[in-house]
Design a protein around this ligand. Structure first.
Ligand SMILES: [Zn+2]
Length: 365
């Protein structure tokens, strides 16, 4: 294990799990996820994707959340992260990326992906495209009716043969198959049955990753006991099912992040570090363009439900700042140009890090 990569991965995890909103939820969720999985988590997910998704292969990303009563408008959290991760997978692994979302959000997700430099094409063209010469994506809907969603799931796995399935801020079913808002209400009727995608992926041995920020999103099955204990309606919801809002979908890697988009950025950043290609992480300028595009095409801030340039109540400029910080972390300037100020951890590495014994260079006290 390269100590510099490990070091970068730890910093990325730390940054995307800062409790900016002060809910007191992300710390315990991350702590539990870290204890039960191989940390750092974003790096683990990036490694697994690099191992399992090959050139011309397909990665499937499901995202999109419509607040009750807000159709056809969907949250900015999810689709923006999906576009960022799709871009990283297309550019870094030459993967074709199929995005699966709510029927009302197909246009918004497609527009956001285009703002992330992806060429969004029809499902037919997508199937035929080799995927190795251009960053290509397609966006398809998934039904809320269980029977239709099951048929669509079977068809998608048959037609596209995904090598990985990633959920970003996607409503997840509890143990009774019921989908809930974090506030305890049953929203199953209007929600795409993305839990079916994960059941099929597990059956076929396809890599599964879930990113969420509260615990009612797909991926939290592995730590559902912690979610149940932590959230007010975690173990007991406000609907007759009585099963609580905690998602019980088991995935290979679950990544709790303060904002779900940030977890996706964390994976993109780690992929950039793994492949030593900073371009795989988007820029602060692109972050602004992505949020603006999402909002122009029907995205709303998940906190206020308004068409604000914000994600979960966090302003566009803060999100751009977070992306700038991630970029700095993967550049790891001190480590790559070692000096006496470089961290002790890097002495464990070889090659260029021998330079760490040299005299101090540049400013810094
Ligand atoms: Zn319920």
């Amino acid at each position: 294990m390269d100590p510099l990569l490990q070091h970068i991965g730890e910093s990325v995890d730390r940054l995307v799990t800062i409790d900016v909103l002060g809910y007191g939820v992300i710390g315990p969720l991350y702590g539990a996820a870290r204890e039960r999985q191989e940390p750092p988590l974003c790096l683990s997910a990036a490694r697994a994707l690099a191992d399992r998704v090959g050139p011309g292969g397909c990665a499937m990303i499901t995202t999109g959340w419509i607040l009750p009563g807000h159709a056809p408008y969907g949250e900015t959290d999810g689709p923006v992260g999906a576009a960022v991760l799709a871009r990283a997978l297309a550019l870094g692994l030459q993967a074709k990326v199929l995005l699966v979302t709510e029927a009302d959000l197909v246009g918004m997700v497609a527009a956001t992906c285009r703002a992330a430099e992806l060429q969004v094409v029809s499902p037919d063209l997508f199937r035929q495209d080799p995927g190795t010469h251009r960053p290509v994506a397609a966006v398809v809907p998934l039904a809320s009716q269980p029977d239709r969603a099951a048929a669509e799931t079977t068809a998608s796995f048959r037609d596209y043969g995904p090598q990985a399935l990633i959920a970003i801020e996607k409503s997840g079913p509890n143990g009774k198959g019921v989908y809930h808002m974090v506030g305890g209400q049953d929203v199953s009727e209007g929600v795409a049955k993305a839990g079916l995608l994960f059941a099929e992926a597990r059956r076929l041995g396809v890599l599964t990753i879930g990113i969420g920020d509260r615990g009612n999103e797909i991926g939290f099955g592995r730590i559902h006991d912690v979610v149940q204990a932590l959230l007010p309606y975690g173990a007991r919801c406000r609907c007759p099912c009585g099963g609580g809002v905690a998602d019980q979908t088991t995935v290979d890697v679950v990544i709790p992040a303060e904002v779900s988009n940030w977890g996706a950025y964390g994976i993109a950043a780690c992929l950039a570090a793994l492949q030593n290609d900073p371009d795989l992480l988007h820029t602060p300028e692109m972050e602004r363009a992505l949020i603006r595009t999402a909002v122009q095409h029907g995205g709303v801030d998940g906190m206020s439900g308004r068409a604000r340039l914000a994600v979960d109540g966090i302003d566009i400029e803060v999100n751009a700042g977070l992306v700038a910080l991630l970029g700095e972390i993967i550049r790891a300037q001190s480590a790559r140009r070692p000096s006496a100020f470089s961290t002790p951890i890097l002495r464990a590495g070889g090659d260029a890090r021998e330079g760490a014994k040299e005299a101090p260079r540049g400013a810094g006290t």
